[in-house]
Design a protein around this ligand. Structure first.
Ligand code: CP3
Length: 346
């Protein structure tokens, strides 16, 4: 059997509809919690290839998914650039704030400094690939420059990302320099993942919806299109999925501007609109509301049925519209995957 996820992204008809879930490895799985405590913490987990490989493969043992996604985090890149990072329990990430030309000038972006920190991640990729079944696809990933920049500017997660948006409106030179450094270092990071065995890449622009008009072009479309172009030169056969969350009908412009092979869409995007406007352009991934998996049952299945009915099997990767929540019962995930397989008749 060929790899359904890789096949569809290369433009071929897949042997079945590919399914995986964003954040499929994580806190909703008791076996993840066990390995995390063994490792001593989240970052220790990311930087220990044996542990990272183990948690990457855990969801594939339980569920009939078509892909594994590398266990790591988008914030490892700023950390490798010298921006101190901590994960505080139940509080999320905390980073040293970057808000001036001087702060940006102090960040490293040469390949050898980056790879000194990130080489365990590449080892994880090799180890996962060596342990992955032949019909499963290994996805590598990074954060998009805008989203990673917002974490560096705000110093962590923030509700409005106000400092970042103000810097964008002011066209601050340090923000533009930061975005350039992130384009460069993220391409190096993804390219090293491909050399280690990643077969598909996903670029997460979780906070793209902060931007509109010219700023959406300048800080979301342009950096991702530069990354896509450079990756195409280095690895012409490796498909790229873009996730520009929250941009709604601008998803068509996003696909046209960046040339991504797949577009991952958030759950408020209308599925029939997406079928008519996005499927002719590229493969569409999504877009079940992760909250539906907390409740499970008919509510979840009704929402899944609509997605399965609206998207043609040869242009659709079933996924959520954002990451799975930690409150989710693993049984609901099994129910969902069983339902998808029985709906498609295979
Ligand atoms: O299974 C997978 O999807 C692979 C691993 C993965 C993680 N983070 C592991 C993780 C991936 C692809 C990410 C991407 C990521 N990380 C994004 C983009 C996608 C998205 O969700 O929007 C972002 C914005 C981050 C940054 C990040 N990492 C935050 C804000 C947090 C804290 C909030 C939270 O959900 O806990 C993390 C922590 C994180 N990254 C966890 C996991 C499994 C939880 C860590 C733990 O406590 O065990």
């Amino acid at each position: 059997m060929k790899k359904p996820l890789l096949e569809i992204l290369k433009g071929n008809a897949p042997s079945r509809r590919p399914v995986w879930l964003m954040r499929q490895a994580g806190r909703y799985l008791p076996e993840y919690m066990e390995v995390r405590s063994q490792a001593g913490g989240f970052l220790e987990l990311c930087y220990t290839p044996e542990f990272a490989c183990e948690v990457t493969l855990q969801p594939l043992r339980r569920f009939d998914f078509d892909a594994a996604i590398l266990f790591a985090d988008i914030l490892l890149v700023p950390q490798a650039m010298g921006c101190d990072l901590e994960f505080l329990v139940n509080e999320g990430p905390s980073l040293r704030k970057i808000r001036s030309d001087k702060d940006v000038a102090g960040l490293a972006w040469d390949i050898s400094t980056l790879n000194k920190t990130l080489s365990p991640v590449y080892e994880s990729v090799s180890l996962i690939r060596a342990n992955l079944d032949a019909e499963k696809t290994l996805i590598g990933f990074c954060g998009a420059p805008w989203t990673v920049a917002t974490y560096m500017i705000e110093g962590g997660t923030s509700t409005e990302r106000a400092m970042s948006r103000l810097a964008a409106f002011a066209n601050e030179s340090w923000l533009n320099e930061l975005i350039d450094k992130l384009v460069y270092s993220s391409v190096e990071y993804l390219s090293a993942q491909v050399r280690a065995g990643a077969e598909v890449l996903q670029i997460f622009d979780t906070w793209a919806g902060d931007l509109s008009g010219n700023l959406l072009t300048r800080y979301c479309f342009d950096p991702i299109s530069r990354m896509r172009a450079e990756l195409k030169i280095r690895h012409p056969d490796v498909p790229v999925i873009g996730f520009a969350r929250g941009i709604g009908v601008s998803q068509t412009d996003f696909v046209d501007a960046t040339g991504v092979d797949g577009v991952s869409i958030e759950w408020p995007v209308n599925t029939r609109w997406a079928r008519d406007n996005l499927c002719p352009r590229c493969v569409v991934q999504g877009n079940l509301d992760p909250l539906s998996l907390i409740g499970g049952g008919e509510g979840m299945l009704d929402a899944a049925r609509q997605i399965l009915t609206d998207f043609p099997m040869n242009r659709h990767i079933f996924n959520l519209g954002h990451g799975i929540r930690k409150e989710t019962s693993p049984e609901h995930v099994s129910d969902l995957v069983d339902f998808i397989r029985s709906h498609d008749g295979r």
